[in-house]
Design a protein around this ligand. Structure first.
Ligand code: C2O
Ligand code: CU
Ligand code: CU
Length: 566
């Protein structure tokens, strides 16, 4: 509590010195969407120049508003100096359109994803996703909000006027070095901003106001609430609207999470209050709490960051006269919400979050199922149409926000207990507490398959992700044989027939050097050098069963395929 009082004093002092009107990112509502990534200079503080990155600007990105079932044609042009990618976080799109680490955009080049919007009305976002560089590109500024609207939402009496009764709230903390440049992968993220505005203030009309909140921070958990502890209605989570509003005074938002919130200001005219992050209420083991570890690990310098363990203001709000046709009530019923049934799940997949061997540094690196991310290794193969339970086990001492691409999931349990009402909606990020806690979710993998382009799952603390706390899965046709490894170096490679009665032909061997056949237990059975041949025929070992075929090219890259001999 002492820290909170101290902050109110500081907040009061700064609010007199330097309050800035909250920046509201412009919108793109057309189905033809052009995004140009660029670098530039931003003054977070007057007279202090910081190099930043943005889309269609020098910081952040436009808010894209899409209609469900519309067909969008997006061009992303990369004018920054790094290769990057662009990912539509939370959206259900094909792996080719998902903008993961495999779908690179070189400097000076463009990428042109096109898709039908299948998602229900919800709060999504978009950001770069190049492996090792996500933290850099996002913390330097490339991140935008993406709202999907649909007819079900339109039939509800809720705010839909962006910038008037509906406001984007992109919460981020950043660290600046002594030359005012953004620090990447820093634990000194002591500057709080909303929509890129430091010390922001805004007027809200005295009616029902809708907040589209995104925690776009690299690491910090936000404990969302209001300074006067007023109640708010959570009407939607990551992936869309809930069945009914959930009335609460706090909502814990890990990096990557979104909240769709209605706040009733009908009797608040003339009042002043703040959106807060109640850091001093965060349990130990969350980044932003007094203690970032649930057990005994530490982050060097953590206590030097004044935000840690502190409850601090995020946005200053003044309530002014209502608009001419205000919404004055909060509906009691929202969207049609169909629970996925555990009884329909065909598989439970266990995912362990671990420290890398010999490492006890709370900053990482961390692993998933004891592996670091490898571009060429597919960790999981999921069958199209499958309903699966994913069981997340956190064997580290810090909470990790687990995020999965392609699907929205429903949380089934936290440490064996059913989820709180505010966690019962559609999500694509879930915060898994440290110290051997477990979260189970259920999801259905529909519509899209690819043998070659995987979807990601990872921790959404960007330093953790960049250091390898990421894995990938492919979705395949039921009964088809999964690919265990893939590599863009093996384009044009074809292997047939598979399953086989004895022989297989491998074509497109231009670059291939060695072919190995392993037993499914990993024992090397056959090695063949194919230095000269453009194609090769291989006899499978006599015994029927499943084998692993490893192909190594001249550059040393390798790919492995499952071969069934029947
Ligand atoms: Cu917000 Cu894999 O991403
Ligand atoms: Cu994502
Ligand atoms: Cu993590």
């Amino acid at each position: 509590m002492k820290k909170l009082l101290f902050l109110i004093f500081i907040g009061f002092a700064t609010s007199i010195v330097a309050q800035n009107p909250l920046f509201i990112p412009p919108t793109i509502t057309s189905t033809t969407i052009n995004l140009v990534l660029d670098t530039g200079t931003t003054q977070f503080y007057p007279g202090r120049n910081t190099q930043t990155m943005g889309a269609n600007g020098v910081l952040l990105a436009p808010t894209i508003i899409m209609q469900k079932n519309s067909f969008v044609d997006i061009t992303v042009t990369n004018n920054i100096l790094d290769t990057t990618t662009m990912h539509w976080h939370g959206m259900h799109v094909s792996p080719e359109n998902d903008g993961g680490p495999h779908t690179k955009i070189a400097p000076g080049e463009s990428w042109n994803p096109k898709f039908t919007v299948l998602d229900n009305a919800g709060t999504f976002w978009y950001h770069p996703h190049l492996h090792h560089f996500t933290g850099k590109h996002v913390s330097k500024g490339i991140a935008g909000m993406l709202l999907v609207r649909d007819t079900e939402e339109a039939s509800l009496n809720i705010p839909l006027s962006y910038g008037i009764d509906e406001f984007p709230i992109i919460f981020q903390t950043k660290g600046l070095d002594s030359l005012d440049q953004i620090e990447v992968h820093t634990e000194m993220d002591s500057i709080v901003m909303v929509n890129g505005t430091v010390d922001p203030v805004i007027d809200f009309p005295a009616q029902i106001v809708r907040l589209r909140v995104l925690n776009g921070s690299s690491q910090r958990v936000m404990e969302f609430g209001f300074s006067d502890n007023r109640q708010f209605s959570l009407i939607g989570t990551d992936g869309g609207l809930m069945g009914a509003p959930v009335n609460i005074t706090r909502y814990r938002m890990a990096p990557g999470m979104r909240a769709d919130i209605l706040v009733d200001l009908t009797t608040s005219l003339g009042q002043n209050f703040q959106i807060m992050s109640y850091g001093d209420e965060l349990p130990a083991g969350n980044y932003g709490a007094t203690n970032p570890s649930k057990i005994f690990h530490v982050i060097p310098g953590y206590t030097d960051n004044p935000l840690n363990g502190l409850s601090f203001p995020v946005l200053d709000i003044n309530v002014v006269t209502a608009t001419s046709s205000p919404i004055l009530t909060i509906p009691t019923v929202l969207a049609n919400f169909t629970p996925l049934l555990a009884a329909n799940a065909t598989l439970t997949r266990d995912i362990f979050m671990n420290f890398a061997p010999g490492n006890a540094d709370l900053r990482g690196p961390f692993l998933l199922n004891n592996r670091a991310f490898m571009h060429s290794y597919v960790n999981d193969t999921v069958e199209l149409g499958a309903t699966e339970i994913w069981s997340l086990h956190n064997h580290t001492s810090i909470a990790h926000p687990f995020h999965i691409h392609d699907v929205q999931f429903q949380i089934l349990s936290r440490n064996g207990q059913p989820p709180a009402p505010e966690h019962a909606g559609w999500n694509d990020v879930v915060l898994v507490e440290g110290g051997f806690s477990n979260v189970q979710f259920i999801a259905r993998f529909d519509d899209f398959t690819s043998d070659t382009v995987p979807y990601m799952y990872h921790c959404h603390m960007l330093p953790h992700e960049d250091m390898g706390m990421m894995a990938q899965f492919i979705v395949v046709q039921p009964g088809s044989v999964g690919v265990n490894n893939l590599s863009t170096n093996f384009k044009g490679l074809s292997i047939y027939p598979n399953p086989t009665k004895g022989n297989i032909t491998i074509e497109g061997l231009g670059n291939i050097k060695t072919i190995n056949i392993f037993s499914i237990e990993g024992k090397l059975l056959v090695t063949k050098n194919v230095d000269i041949n453009p194609s090769a025929e291989i006899e499978m070992p006599k015994e029927k069963g499943t084998y692993l075929l490893e192909i190594i090219n001249k550059a040393g890259a390798r790919t492995t395929r499952k071969i069934i001999h029947y």
